[in-house]
Write a protein that binds this ligand. Structure first.
Ligand code: PMV
Length: 352
């Protein structure tokens, strides 16, 4: 009947890149200047939960409530692009099988919540758009694979395409103008290298200074160093880090992870006006990782930073105590911290 409410809920994990996406060759489609690679983190610690529903009894435009607040999705081109794409796939199903309810014609209501501070610069948009796309795809009973859905999530937020898969995930930049080959691909599953851990140090829970889209444009247009990064440096690192993952070679993985984070922040600083995401506490975290590595006589930990000052530190489970020990020493509790330490979280297989 007309009061039927169709509903579907899902959760999506956060991913943290070790080869960074920073630069768009097409801003409308979110096509990147370079490929990137990330580790998907456990949903036990960080995740977005989203419920999508539709009904003939709903009226008005589609809506999204995020952490209890109504979001303006009508003026969000990115969200609209995702909804349009998902609706058209549902329409194709309805055209093929006329007995299906015409869900594509109904108002959508989305309710989404993060179990971590949205403003903390912890890649909330990645989990957010991945969960949004997944929830609607489930509601519409779409047959598309996670890889096909990654194309849609990419249009919401570039990094979101990597949150549709678990383990070690590459986002292939692609070369096509329509973006049909710019999608995520699982490079290795969690079970291939399950000892990987990530420690998140919340240096500041404040909203990031320069939003990623604006920052990327400034970098693409003004950084003198970025052309070399896009053309030669990142393609080589993608190859090398994929090999390191295949061979479970943590030292190479760690070196490339730190080099690529520094390369990303270097092109930010080389932009005009310059973009600063790291602060003194971030630099203290880098110093702590370097100290842990020096003490161990080999690389046992790797730092990486996104568009904000928070540190993510990758290490293997067997070195958990050594890494935590040094970090506690160098970065003791201060009241300015959001939390003393992030939780150690293993990577997660999607859906588990
Ligand atoms: O997906 P966006 O537009 O929020 O950009 C993410 C950019 C970085 O987090 C800095 C790097 C990355 O690859 O995730």
């Amino acid at each position: 009947g007309s009061s039927t409410i169709y509903r579907s809920s899902t959760t999506a994990p956060v991913n943290i890149a070790v080869i960074k996406y920073w630069g768009k060759r097409d801003t409308a489609l979110n096509l990147p200047t370079n490929s990137s690679l990330s580790v998907t983190l456990s949903q036990k610690s960080l995740r977005t939960h989203t419920t999508a529903s539709c009904s003939e009894s709903y009226s008005g435009p589609d809506s999204l409530i995020l952490n209890g607040d109504k979001e303006d999705i009508q003026s969000s081109k990115r969200t609209q692009a995702c909804l349009k794409h998902l609706r058209s796939l549902r329409q194709q199903l309805e055209a093929k099988d006329t007995s299906l309810p015409k869900l594509s014609k109904l108002t959508l209501r989305l309710v989404s919540a993060n179990n971590f501070p949205t403003a903390a610069g912890l890649a909330s948009s990645a989990a957010g758009f991945a969960a949004l796309v997944r929830a609607i795809a489930d509601l519409y009973e779409l047959p598309q694979s996670p890889q096909e859905l990654s194309l849609i999530a990419r249009q919401g937020s570039g990094s979101a395409c990597r949150s549709l898969m678990g383990g070690y995930v590459a986002w292939r930049a692609g070369t096509k103008e329509d973006g049909s080959d710019s999608l995520a691909e699982e490079v290795a599953s969690v079970s291939h290298w399950p000892q990987m851990r990530a420690l998140i140090l919340v240096v500041s829970a404040e909203k990031k200074g320069v939003p990623s889209t604006a920052g990327m444009q400034t970098t693409v247009e003004t950084s003198t160093l970025s052309p070399a990064r896009f053309k030669d440096i990142v393609p080589k690192r993608m190859q090398d880090i994929e090999k390191a993952i295949q061979e479970r070679d943590f030292e190479t993985f760690a070196r490339i992870t730190m080099q690529d984070s520094n390369s990303f922040h270097a092109i930010c600083l080389d932009s005009w006006p310059p973009i600063h995401y790291l602060n003194d506490v971030s630099r203290a975290a880098m110093n702590a990782v370097e100290t842990a590595n020096r003490k161990a006589g080999k690389l046992i930990a790797a730092y990486t930073f996104d568009a904000g000052p928070n540190a993510v530190i990758y290490y293997l489970e067997e070195n958990a105590h050594k890494v935590a020990g040094v970090i506690k020493n160098i970065l003791p509790w201060t009241s300015g911290w959001e939390g003393e330490f992030g939780e150690a979280i293993p990577p997660n297989e999607f859906g588990s």
